[in-house]
Ligand binder design. Structure first.
Ligand SMILES: *[C@@H]1O[C@H](CO)[C@@H](O)[C@H](O)[C@H]1NC(C)=O
Ligand SMILES: *[C@@H]1O[C@H](CO)[C@@H](O)[C@H](O)[C@H]1NC(C)=O
Ligand SMILES: *[C@@H]1O[C@H](CO)[C@@H](O)[C@H](O)[C@H]1NC(C)=O
Length: 362
């Protein structure tokens, strides 16, 4: 298997150098309404050495691919399961009469309460400290698919004049925070991460990797690829997306902790192809609306609340004492609508300089 995959890898540069199209080894993933290049250049996420069959599958299909870490426990997760395993809370109190049953197809009904939905938290039905198994998500199978779990949303923003951003949004039921001096900090239920590929006239230019409150941008040319698909490495537990394997220091800005205390780890574990089990949307920048493609539930994108529990109070017995002001359990995240889908640069506009690197780094 390994020698075959090396052969396939070795064959690639020749195919490109001769500018000869790869033979159609498997059909393209085609989704009516999604530009073909948005699928063809999607990210891989990684969790095991790529199998030869996967390389063949992807050699003529180029959306990003993601490697999970070899020691990952919390895998990509089904969006519908997140709703099924939770109930809506506001201010740590159950909503008296939520829509029933609450499903992705009516999730935005919660925008009618709690400050336009923003104060609504989808809250685990089972105490998180008992490690409910639904938080573990679904490990990608040998084809890279998260079976029975729609665990991604591909969202395309067309800015006009040939400029198109494709957001590959990855969903995990649980974020395990880093361990700092023996204390696990920053866990939360629900975790949205993403890559974005910026295209000009259907040709990929730059790639954004989300990491905690910011991330990194690289030229498409610089990033590792399987075939023509960019590769991302999902960090163990936190699922921050990096362009290479290894250790990644992500000391929090403005927080006075010594360097090297907060470290993400990435490695070539299981390979995830998020496009194989994903919802698809267009985002219209003129009026900030989502359009469903292929029957994907637009209500899930319109929901303005949080995809996991609110931060537990200091006196909640699930919450260990704070460590230098940091808590083990923090609040769940907002959804893709809150990731700056109408960007002027490949980076979000957050006051941090947008550097598009042409060399890979941690
Ligand atoms: C939230 O709940 C606490 C405790 O029950 C209460 O004191 C507080 O007033 C509530 N806040 C809001 C905004 O409802
Ligand atoms: C990353 O690896 C280092 C040691 O190699 C370890 O101390 C640290 O806890 C790891 N971080 C995570 C999030 O697993
Ligand atoms: C999207 O961005 C463009 C360019 O910066 C801007 O003109 C437009 O108003 C933005 N759309 C919204 C809804 O803010």
């Amino acid at each position: 298997m390994i020698s075959l995959s090396l052969l396939v890898l070795a064959a690639w540069p020749f195919g490109l150098a001769l500018a000869r199209p790869a033979p159609p080894l498997s059909p393209h993933l085609v989704v009516a309404g999604v530009p073909q290049y948005v699928l063809d250049y999607g990210m891989w996420q990684i969790d095991e050495r790529p199998k030869a069959s996967m390389l063949m599958l992807t050699s003529n299909n180029a959306a990003p691919l993601v490697y999970m870490d070899t020691k990952e426990v919390y895998f990509p997760s089904d969006l519908g399961a997140q709703v099924a395993n939770t109930h809506p809370d506001i201010n740590l109190t159950e909503l008296p009469n939520p829509p029933s049953p609450l499903v992705l197809e009516n999730l935005d009904a919660l925008n009618a309460v709690g400050n336009g939905g923003k104060d609504v938290y989808l809250t685990s039905n089972i105490d998180v400290t008992t490690s409910p198994s639904w938080l573990e998500g679904v490990a990608p199978d040998s084809t890279g698919k998260t079976n029975q779990a729609t665990s991604a949303a591909v969202i395309t923003t067309d800015h006009g004049s040939g400029l198109v951003d494709a957001f590959y949004m990855y969903f995990y039921a649980y974020n395990q925070g880093n361990t700092v001096l023996g204390q696990e900090l920053g866990d939360h239920i629900g975790d949205w991460e993403h890559n974005m590929v910026r295209f000009q006239d259907g040709v990929p230019q730059t790639v954004w990797y989300s990491q905690h409150s910011n991330g990194q941008a690289f030229t498409y040319k610089a990033v590792e690829k399987l075939g023509i698909r960019p590769v991302a490495y999902s960090a163990r537990g936190s699922h921050a997306n990096y362009a290479i394997t290894g250790k990644h220091d992500h000391t929090i800005p403005d927080v006075n902790l010594p360097d090297g205390l907060l470290v993400d780890n990435t490695s070539k574990g299981l390979l995830w192809d998020p496009t194989l089990s994903s919802f698809f949307y267009n985002f219209h920048p003129a009026d900030s609306t989502f359009e469903s493609i292929n029957g994907s539930p637009v209500q899930a994108m319109n929901f303005k609340g949080k995809w996991g529990d609110q931060q537990y109070a200091k006196d909640d017995k699930r919450q260990p004492p704070p460590f230098f002001g940091f808590y083990k359990y923090v609040g769940g995240p907002t959804g893709p609508y809150d990731k700056q889908l109408n960007r002027s640069k490949v980076c979000p506009d957050n006051g941090i300089l947008c550097i598009v690197r042409d060399k890979l780094g941690p």
